[in-house]
Design a protein around this ligand. Structure first.
Ligand SMILES: Cc1cc2nc3c(=O)[nH]c(=O)nc-3n(C[C@H](O)[C@H](O)[C@H](O)COP(=O)(O)O)c2cc1C
Length: 228
């Protein structure tokens, strides 16, 4: 059964724990075939997708873990701005706080003790949420960042909704493309591409606290200005 658009938009959330079952190739291809109908600047369809599974996925996780543990300085293709505007920084903090306290409470109920010493978020992130498949999105260096990121963002949303509609979960990540040179070595034919995002995809573990914490959004009036 597929969902209507509004249901898919409202129901989708970032899934950060997956069941181990692999997503069948046919289903992945169906989702990717739907996502390619996302708009792109002058229909250039600049988004390239690498589907990573099995041995190469294990290698990617091992490399990410090694980089995280040795605290290698990240060199992303799209460096972050030095600081967020205060209102946005406050939203980010609210997310981290809500997520952390919900998980701590739920894990205490389940009798799960916090890791001692705590695992750094970067090392934990290297496990890629246990997803059996990850997609790396990239675009050619000849495409402007404006169009490449816009096209890739629209493709991403179409993909996430197509997945949601078929009972699959996704999590968009940019932290996992912070070492793009390592990805370019791993991904055939990617030498001349910029690494935009890594998207985990698989069957959600709906029981996991990390997939259940309450999320919020700002009110429409906070970001919409009618000008007339
Ligand atoms: C550009 C972008 C980068 C993101 N990077 C990460 C990431 O590195 N790690 C992660 O766990 N989630 C990442 N996310 C997921 C966001 O944290 C998530 O979409 C946001 O908190 C809203 O929650 P929701 O998707 O569950 O509605 C990213 C999302 C976007 C759009």
């Amino acid at each position: 059964m597929t969902l209507d658009t509004s249901a898919a938009i409202l129901q989708r959330r970032a899934i950060r724990k997956y069941k181990p079952e692999q997503v069948p190739d046919d289903l992945l291809k169906e989702i990717l075939a739907e996502a390619r109908w996302a708009p792109s600047a002058t229909n250039t369809q600049s988004t390239e997708v690498y589907v990573i599974q099995e041995g190469p996925l294990a290698k990617l996780k091992a490399e990410l873990r090694q980089y995280a543990e040795s605290e290698v300085e990240p060199k992303p293709d799209f460096p972050p701005a030095p600081g967020l505007p205060p209102a946005l920084a406050a939203r980010q903090q609210a997310l981290f706080q809500a997520r952390m306290s919900f998980i701590a409470e739920e894990e205490a109920k389940l009798g799960i003790k916090p890791a001692d010493p705590p695992v750094s978020p970067m090392v934990a992130g290297a496990a890629l949420f246990g997803a059996p498949t990850v997609l790396v999105l990239a675009f050619d260096r000849g495409v402007s960042d404006h169009y490449g990121c816009y096209d890739g963002g629209l493709f991403t949303m179409a993909l996430c909704l197509a997945a949601e509609s078929r009972g699959l979960g996704t999590c968009v990540t940019t932290s996992n493309v912070r070492y793009p040179d390592m990805l370019r070595k791993l991904l055939p034919g990617s030498e001349n591409q910029k690494m935009l995002a890594l998207i985990a995809i698989g069957y959600p573990d709906h029981e996991a606290p990390i997939n259940r914490f309450p999320r919020t959004r700002i009110a429409v009036d906070e970001f919409v200005t009618f000008v007339r």
